[in-house]
Design a protein. Sequence first.
Length: 344
Amino acid sequence: MKKLLVVGIIILMVGMSVPSTGFNVEKSTASFDGNTLYVGGDGPGNYSTIQDAIDNANNGDTVYVYNGTYYEIVVLDKSLNLFGEDKNNTVINSKHTGDVISITVGSTTISGFHILNGGNYGLYLAESDNNEIINNKITNSNGGIELYYSNHNEIHSNIICDNAEEGIYLYCSHQNSIFENYIYRQGEGIELIRSDGNHISYNSIFNHNYNPYEDWAKGIFISGSNSNNVVYNKLYNNEIGISIEYSNENNVSQNELSNVSWSIILEDSLSNAINNNNLFESKIWFLIHFFSEGSICWTNNWNNNYWEKARILPKPIFGYISYFKVPWINFDWHPAKEPFDIGV
């Protein structure tokens, strides 16, 4: 009877909302046709460690982990569904050794865990596609989640906080969806390096005020990355809201940035769209542009942003052109007269 109840809980996790975050859980991309293996609890034949259950599972199986603290490093090398009973009480603790969970295959789902004390990252995806990371709490590691050459993943409805470096870090990882996460008190919120076509939306990113490895803590940092969509995010209490360098054709729209020292910084970046954002309560109200020789700064499009108050005249945006810091001005020619409803 207890195992039948657990199967029912798993089905509900896929089809219903998650009360602890208020987010809707979409259907997993992984299969639910296999067997279910149990870790912890008091059922006959239950495994005592998560890794033992994974080692004895087959592709398509589900590993269900009961509440408790599991001191181990987990390597997920099969296409499984890994579910914890409750993300507040189902704890995986690696004691600051390595990555807490490493995923080296695709088409997995990880949900319902408190992942903490990683010596490197809480979750590390290496050349791993089409995974779903949903409704976890990831804390107190060197970094929250890293995607390394990993594409078409969904990371949503997670709480990522109190890690030393990035909350979510993408390196050479494309067309991933990162949405509806709470990311706070990190060295940095979300960082994209050489990663194109990602969709970052409906995240709350805040209280990133200290990065021990850089001069400034950033809410979102995009470097060498093109054609990303950054929309409907709320960023506040960060030293820098959004920083874009050496990156082109990104869409930064319908975001709200408040109580930041710098709202948006563009450096050597062209043809980016910065439209329909709420930009207010910033400590410093101009944006800096640094451009290498030959760059055409006016190819970045500023339009219809709300600049703290209703404006009739175009809003000048002061910055510099070239590394000699020649003063230059861009304009938001049609500033908004009232703030937008961001919906985060």
